[in-house]
Design a protein around this ligand. Structure first.
Ligand SMILES: Nc1ncnc2c1ncn2[C@@H]1O[C@H](COP(=O)(O)OP(=O)(O)OP(=O)(O)O)[C@@H](O)[C@H]1O
Ligand SMILES: [Mg+2]
Length: 271
């Protein structure tokens, strides 16, 4: 084993000097620049950063759906060279098939992976029940609210018991109350399995509520501006968001955004 192999085995996920640029009609766009990051197994990592800074690109590189221009991304010590089948992925829109019921949409995961559907049906029902959808298994997506649809999408991502869950602003389209509820659902599911999660969000509060660790990315090209461990007891409750500790973490992250020039606290009159 080479020293490099040993280093890679230390972390569950490793981004090593990752750079990603795109050739566009308007010229080269650098999305990520020399970004190095390691994530431990079982960690719930949230990534926040300004729009267009490269968050989705980072997640796609870990899913093996885009290749870095330079550097490597590895999972469990193996360099990612193609789609990572052991990952579960949830995007901003639920992306359910309208002609399939909630249960059939969850079981789609088994079909595309050619897994035995019969034995996974019970697990699919259990996952739906865990997120409060017992009794809605046979409903079609247009009979479900946006929050319910996103929960179905979460169950579909978890059906094959992925070793890592990649989530790209999964709750961004939901109203505030529904969002609180699905965050609780996600936390409770996560507490059962403690799988590694990489969760992208625009919401600092959501990041602090869910994550063990919050990475703040700089404006494009993305580099790591701050890496903050959130040491709040679990399970966390909606009411905890008013606590001094919670607010201190939110303010710390907001300050990082301020340092990056993303927020301005200037009096609007004097601008
Ligand atoms: N396939 C692509 N071709 C060309 N440019 C791309 C491509 N994908 C992303 N980009 C560019 O890379 C940069 C980062 O995009 P990315 O989608 O990763 O940002 P983001 O942080 O996820 O943004 P948002 O918060 O708005 O979702 C942007 O400038 C975007 O225009
Ligand atoms: Mg994005």
């Amino acid at each position: 084993m080479t020293p490099n192999d040993t280093a890679a085995l230390r972390s569950y996920v490793e981004f090593d000097e990752v750079e990603k640029s795109f050739a566009t009609k308007g010229g080269k766009v650098a999305a990520i620049e020399a970004l190095s990051l390691t994530v431990d197994e079982g960690d719930f990592l949230a990534i926040v950063g300004p729009s267009g800074c490269g968050k989705s690109t980072l997640l796609l590189a870990l899913a093996g759906l885009t290749t870095p221009t330079n550097g490597t991304v590895s999972l469990k010590g193996r360099t990612i060279a193609g789609p990572v089948t052991e990952a579960g992925v949830v995007f901003q829109n639920a992306e359910l098939l309208p002609w399939r019921t909630a249960l059939e949409n969850v079981l789609l995961q088994a079909e595309v992976r050619k897994l035995p559907k019969g034995s996974l049906t019970e697990r699919a029902r259990q996952l739906l029940a865990d997120v409060g959808l017992a009794g809605f298994e046979d409903h079609y997506p247009d009979e479900l609210s946006g929050g319910m649809q996103q929960r179905v999408s979460l169950c579909r991502a978890l059906l094959h018991d992925p070793s890592i869950l990649l989530m790209d602003e999964p709750f961004g389209a939901l109203d505030a109350i529904t969002r609180d509820q699905v965050q609780m659902d996600l936390q409770n599911l996560w507490l059962k399995s403690r799988r590694t999660v990489m969760f992208i969000t625009h919401s600092i509060e959501e990041a602090v509520f869910l994550a063990d660790r919050v990475i703040v990315l700089s404006p494009r090209p993305a580099t790591i501006a701050a890496d903050i461990r959130v040491d709040l007891p679990r399970p966390r409750h909606v009411a905890d968001r008013g606590s001094a500790e919670f607010t201190a973490y939110v303010n710390e992250i907001r300050d990082e955004f301020g340092k990056l020039g993303i927020f301005s606290d200037r009096d609007p009159v004097s601008r």
